[in-house]
Design a protein around this ligand. Structure first.
Ligand code: RBF
Length: 164
């Protein structure tokens, strides 16, 4: 579904498992900080609203979205239950942005397949700053909220598998 038909902050709170005690790592890119900072705030607020203790949220920054793969790969080794990777790539004059997006998307997908800690895809890829603002607390909600809910659901998924 296109985001235009879906508010990223809308979720059924009854469908979200209680997240008390979950430990969540968040890796945030510094590029487009006005956007990634707003997404980070959304993610933290939504995690805490669903029971995660503030001290169980570990936030680290990396310079740009391309570094999210390395950052997430290291963060998964620290004992967290899930890692959220937050970045924003805005279309530029050259194809550089597309290479970054491809690298991050493939890298995070590979990381998910290669190890046990769920890594959540919090990369916004937009044509301009307005589209990014719309998705970082603007008229289309906040991608950070969506990532937080996804992280909680994936930790719960893993726990259910472990219970058999
Ligand atoms: N990083 C982002 O997170 N978002 C961007 O929109 C973005 N655009 C870039 C455009 C150019 C031309 C360059 C050189 C880098 C850009 N980066 C961006 C940074 C990239 O993710 C990475 O940090 C650097 O390329 C590492 O040197």
């Amino acid at each position: 579904m296109a985001t235009i038909n879906h508010n990223l902050s809308d979720y059924d709170i009854k469908s979200v498992p209680n997240a008390t005690g979950m430990k969540i790592g968040i890796v945030v890119a510094e590029w487009n900080e006005n956007i990634t900072g707003a997404m980070l705030e959304g993610a933290k607020q939504t995690l805490m609203r669903n029971g995660v203790f503030p001290e169980d949220i570990n936030v680290l920054t990396v310079p740009g979205s391309f570094e999210l793969v390395y950052g997430a790969a290291q963060m998964v080794k620290t004992g967290v239950d899930a890692v959220i990777a937050i970045g924003c790539v805005i279309r530029g004059e050259t194809p550089h942005d597309r290479y970054i997006c491809q690298g991050v998307t493939a890298g995070l997908a590979q990381l998910n397949a290669a190890q046990d800690v769920p890594v959540i895809y919090g990369l916004i890829t937009t044509l301009d700053m307005q589209q990014a603002e719309d998705r970082a607390g603007g008229k289309l909600g906040n991608k950070g909220d969506e990532c937080a809910v996804t992280a909680i659901k994936m930790v719960d998924f893993k726990r259910k598998l472990a219970q058999g």
